[in-house]
Write a protein that binds this ligand. Structure first.
Ligand SMILES: CC(C)(COP(=O)(O)OP(=O)(O)OC[C@H]1O[C@@H](n2cnc3c(N)ncnc32)[C@H](O)[C@@H]1OP(=O)(O)O)[C@@H](O)C(=O)NCCC(=O)NCCS
Length: 241
């Protein structure tokens, strides 16, 4: 197997190690829940042992959720700092290596923990905050490639099936740039926001639009289309309210 500074990080090995560690850490908790069930149900309540055995799915659930929690914490602990910019596809570049490790960890969290956890939209902001996103109060979002490159101010909403992309392949290299969404701005459902986009306060991106890389959307404007263009100013509408 190749190894060294210029070879890609061994993501499969890292993933396997994380799965193994999270699994191993979760086993004692399911065993403990079975012991506690035995103590309360058989020793204290004098119920038949069959009841404790019949609760096997419960111990599995405890193990499953412990696994998810440990996996999330392990992934968060391994996230590495990355800088914004355009980088050659060179595995010797620390930024490229760090980003590769991060994207593998974030993708694994989405798979194992769920996007969102428990299938609940309201649990997305805390999950992404934990993974490094800077999210203000009353924010909501659907999917983001690299949470630590996302900033959303208070009241900003990115609707269902919107996709916030903070990395792309560009000229054969890697382009990493933050996406910033201002106070009370709205990104419509099924819209795609590309790296480097800044959406001003109160601006609206119409449903099913695509905001190209590095676009700066002025506050209180409506944008729509693929690629999106400014349709109108919303200033008058705000003043009318
Ligand atoms: C763009 C949008 C804000 C316009 O809403 P509105 O001000 O009520 O305007 P209307 O629905 O009357 O449409 C006004 C014009 O915009 C056009 N339009 C509406 N939605 C559009 C869209 N998604 N893309 C392109 N054009 C759109 C209409 O065809 C109409 O065109 P016209 O003036 O040439 O006839 C709204 O359609 C939208 O996409 N909102 C996003 C909501 C959302 O996804 N929220 C996230 C979930 S919480």
């Amino acid at each position: 197997m190749r190894s060294g500074k210029n070879s890609p990080p061994n993501l499969l090995l890292r993933l396997g190690a994380n799965i193994f560690l999270a699994g191993a850490l979760s086993i004692p908790f399911s065993v403990l829940s079975a012991i506690l069930a035995y103590y309360f149900l058989v020793e204290l309540l004098r119920l038949p042992l069959a009841v404790v055995i019949g609760l096997a799915p419960l111990y599995y659930l405890v193990a499953k959720w412990c696994f998810k929690l440990f996996f999330l914490v392990l992934a968060r602990a391994q996230l590495k700092p990355v800088e914004e910019g355009h980088f050659e596809a060179d595995f010797g570049n620390k930024n490229v290596r760090n980003w590769l490790i991060n994207i593998s960890l974030v993708d694994a969290v989405k798979y194992f923990v769920g996007n969102p956890p428990l299938g609940q939209t309201f649990l997305r902001p805390p999950l992404y905050r934990f993974l490094g996103a800077k999210l203000g109060k009353a924010t909501s979002l659907d999917d983001v490639t690299d949470p630590y490159l996302l900033e959303m101010e208070d009241g900003a909403v990115a609707g269902g099936r919107s996709f916030i992309v903070t990395h792309i392949s560009r000229n054969g290299g890697l382009y990493l740039k933050k996406v910033k969404i201002g106070r009370n701005a709205l990104v419509g459902i099924c819209s795609t926001i590309m790296p480097g986009v800044e959406i001003g306060e109160g601006a609206v991106v119409a449903a099913n639009s695509l905001i190209p890389m590095d676009t700066k959307i002025p506050p209180y404007t409506l944008w729509s289309g693929i690629p999106a263009k400014q349709v109108k100013s919303l200033k008058g509408e705000v003043e009318d309210r």
